[in-house]
Design a binder for this molecule. Structure first.
Ligand SMILES: Cc1ccc([C@@H]2N[C@@H](C)[C@@H](O)[C@H]2O)cc1
Length: 448
């Protein structure tokens, strides 16, 4: 291995209570909200085909026009209690809010910048009421913070000369001040979700990102921060130059999921997902495929089955309301989660051989294994192949509690026959198992 000072400081996952809590929550809500919701992907009668929150980089959007938008930001229909209630009914257990996206506009009245909500017609802090409402609803809040800041005069993508280096140093002080300010103002938040850390100016100062992470942990012990913040002293990101994960969980799964358990290398990880193909901030015209409730449920279930968290993104409008499609998704997902959330919360990788009908999820630290069925075979029989020394002592349909009688078809192998071959939403079966050397034979092994 390479001698590193600013590489990973820990082998393996965090085992403390704050990280165990993050791991148990499994399902989060991302919210991208800011000035970009005002144009909503359109400007001067033209439609921007990129991600709405990147419209400032579009050639049809003059920077000075974008930078004046704050004078119109006035979310008169903002209702954080309603946002929190909808998130709760969807079954989200944590929320990540954009405090400041790449454009540099702050949703809180930062004392380190003029480019904040305090300069808008709304004037008032947006983060405080959100955090209070979500915490009251029993939902943890994490803060998205972009290091890239297109508004700040000292931001440099790369440091080419002494003047750049001086500006870069001033910018690092600004970043440190804003993050400390956010922790001081919002002590109940549970973590930072960093973004915009790919430019050379950041990548080439692994020492600063390492010291920053340690500084934030010292201010707020237990803070959860993903792998996107840090670089090591050789410019490696997410994984250091020895291939070890930096930060508390792998944060690279953006709009994509691991295929199998081998893709996550035993690390904690989180996937963040958009509803359309690639829109985080509000875009008036969603082009292309918009994911359905069942598609999103499959991503959530697959993530949990592979020991990860899944975060679904929402992009509220400039007035503070959600678009209809997003409201309908929250309702539809919530209906399934209300009945089947037990299979998601505290869910972990079960260690059973993957079958085509769907995914296994083990309730952390127990012998309860859920089967979440998305693809019912034409036979209606679901194959279950148990690991050696594990046997089945019970099976039931989670929603109805109806008992199932698995058919022993081989050594440690069963068919579970579903009462109905058709369903319009995923079916969850709860398996009770026992594992061990001198275990009692499983209940169904005497069936012969
Ligand atoms: C190339 C690229 C840069 C930044 C992003 C940002 N990360 C997401 C979480 C959004 O904030 C998006 O703007 C996405 C793709």
């Amino acid at each position: 291995t390479i001698a590193l000072i600013h590489g990973a400081h820990r082998m393996g996952n965090r085992t403390d209570a704050d990280m165990a809590r993050w791991r148990s929550l499994r399902f989060g809500q991302f919210i991208h909200w800011g000035l970009y919701a005002i144009p909503g992907g359109e400007w001067n009668g033209k439609t921007y085909n990129g991600a709405a929150e990147w419209i400032r980089s579009w050639k049809e959007m003059p920077h000075e026009d974008y930078d004046k938008l704050y004078r119109q930001f006035n979310p008169v229909n903002f209702n954080p209690q309603q946002w929190a209630a909808q998130a709760k009914s969807m079954g989200a257990k944590y929320m990540i809010i954009t405090t400041k996206h790449h454009d540099g506009f702050c949703l809180w009245p930062s004392k380190y910048s003029k480019y904040t909500i305090a300069s808008s017609p709304w004037k008032k802090d947006l983060l405080g009421p959100m955090i209070e409402a979500y915490n009251k609803a029993g939902i943890d809040v994490h803060l998205y913070f972009s290091i890239i800041d297109w508004n700040h005069p000292d931001y440099r993508a790369s440091l080419k000369n002494a003047a750049d280096s001086a500006a870069g140093k001033r910018f690092q002080v600004f970043v440190k001040n804003q993050l400390a300010e956010l922790l001081q103002r919002y002590p109940t938040i549970k973590g930072f979700w960093f973004d915009g850390t790919w430019d050379d100016s950041w990548k080439n100062d692994g020492a600063f990102s390492d010291e920053l992470e340690q500084y934030l942990q010292s201010l707020h012990p237990g803070l959860v921060m993903g792998s996107r913040l840090r670089a090591d002293e050789k410019g490696a990101r997410h994984f250091d130059s020895n291939g070890r994960l930096m930060g508390d969980y792998e944060q690279g799964w953006e709009r994509k999921l691991p295929a199998t358990i081998d893709d996550v290398h035993g690390n904690d990880w989180e996937a963040v997902m958009t509803v359309p193909e690639n829109q985080w901030g509000y875009h008036a015209k969603w082009a292309g495929h918009v994911k359905t409730v069942n598609e999103i449920l499959e991503m959530l279930v697959k993530s949990v089955s592979l020991n990860g968290n899944f975060v679904l993104n929402f992009g509220p409008k400039a007035d503070g309301t959600y678009r209809t499609e997003e409201q309908q998704l929250m309702t539809g997902i919530g209906q399934w989660m209300k009945v089947n959330g037990d299979a998601i919360y505290n869910g972990t990788y079960a260690g059973f051989e993957k079958q085509d009908w769907g995914y296994y999820i083990r309730k952390a630290g127990t012998d309860s294994v859920y089967m979440v069925v998305f693809n019912i075979p034409v036979s209606g029989s679901l194959r279950v192949k148990l690991p050696a020394r594990t046997s089945l002592t019970g099976a039931s349909v989670l929603q109805s509690n109806a008992t199932l009688t698995p058919e022993l078809i081989g050594r440690n192998e069963y068919f579970i026959h579903l009462p109905n071959k058709t369903t319009d939403s995923p079916v969850v079966i709860l398996l009770k198992t026992v594992t061990g050397e001198n275990k009692e034979k499983g209940s169904f092994e005497k069936a012969k």
